[in-house]
Design a protein around this ligand. Structure first.
Ligand code: NAD
Length: 256
């Protein structure tokens, strides 16, 4: 379905971003990966699916590096047709104890990076009159949890940015939507499982149950594979008039 299209997924060396990259690769898209840590393994996983792959290690907190990454993607494959703004970090602390550098980093990586990548991707998408911008927000783009001020503020911002991007392009072939996962068992959440295990003196498995039990009625983690298939839907012909939604995949979290 996505042969001859190019997808750039930020923060895709791990977790949800890699899951979405693999789902888009299975549909035949060329893939540009980004993120920290090992990039060879993820590139090999994409290649094994028969897709072309390139990697750029831009730090998404730095606008100049985001610009270099967008230029690299265009030089590698022509242009970016599908942009998945996914890179994100978390820090958990009460507001009065929240480190200022963590606040700044979360706003830069989880919110401002999506603005920069979007503004740089739009001109070519508009010219082609086809584009898909998918912002990985969170249930925390819709509701809040204590001790996540920067994350919740950034993710609510991502949902707002999604709506504006959708509206400004509503009469074109460029759509923008957000995905709002509940708990997904990635390295970002494993840190929170580990903190719960040590705070409560329980095993890893017990800590997972405690985490799910607080918020997620299904008592199941959403998977990167499931989120990847939602991204594929947004890229499909049936998704052509889905604009500005924040679609949760959250085991009932936000339904409560
Ligand atoms: P993860 O830690 O597995 O992956 C995060 C990715 O972002 C990695 O590839 C990492 O290298 C990259 N990254 C981090 N800082 C970066 C930077 N400055 N520049 C470039 N890349 C950077 O986490 P994940 O759980 O897969 O999270 C992906 C997205 O999904 C995030 O936006 C997160 O907020 C969101 N999300 C996660 C969950 C969850 O339960 N895991 C739930 C809702 C939303």
């Amino acid at each position: 379905m996505l042969a001859n299209k190019t997808a750039l997924i930020t923060g895709s060396t791990s977790g949800i971003g890699l899951g979405i990259a693999k789902a888009l690769a299975r549909q035949g898209a060329n893939i540009v990966l980004n993120g920290f840590g090992d990039a060879d393994g993820p590139q090999a996983e994409i290649r094994a699916l028969g897709a072309k792959v390139a990697y750029h290690g831009a730090d998404m907190s730095k606008p100049s590096e985001i610009e270099a990454m967008m230029n690299f993607a265009a030089d590698s494959f022509g242009q970016v047709d599908i942009l998945v703004n996914n890179a994100g970090i978390q820090h958990v602390a009460r507001i009065e104890a929240f480190p200022i550098d963590k606040w700044d980093a979360i706003l830069a990586i989880n919110l401002s990076s999506a603005f920069h990548a979007t503004r740089l991707a739009l001109p070519a998408m508009r010219k082609a009159n086809w584009g898909r911008i998918i912002n990985v927000a969170s249930v925390h783009g819709l509701v809040a949890s204590a001790e996540k001020s920067a994350y919740v503020a950034a993710k609510h911002g991502v949902v707002g940015l999604t709506k504006v991007t959708a509206l400004e392009n509503a009469t074109t072939g460029v759509t923008c939507n957000a995905i709002c996962p509940g708990w997904v068992l990635t390295p970002l959440v494993q840190k929170q499982v580990d903190a719960k295990a040590s705070a409560n003196g329980v095993s890893n498995e017990e800590a997972k149950k405690l985490l799910l039990g607080e918020k997620e009625p299904s008592m199941q983690f959403t998977t990167p594979e499931e989120l990847g298939e939602l991204a594929v839907f947004f890229c499909s012909p049936a998704g052509a008039n889905v604009r500005g939604v924040a679609w949760n995949m959250d085991g009932g979290w936000v339904a409560q």
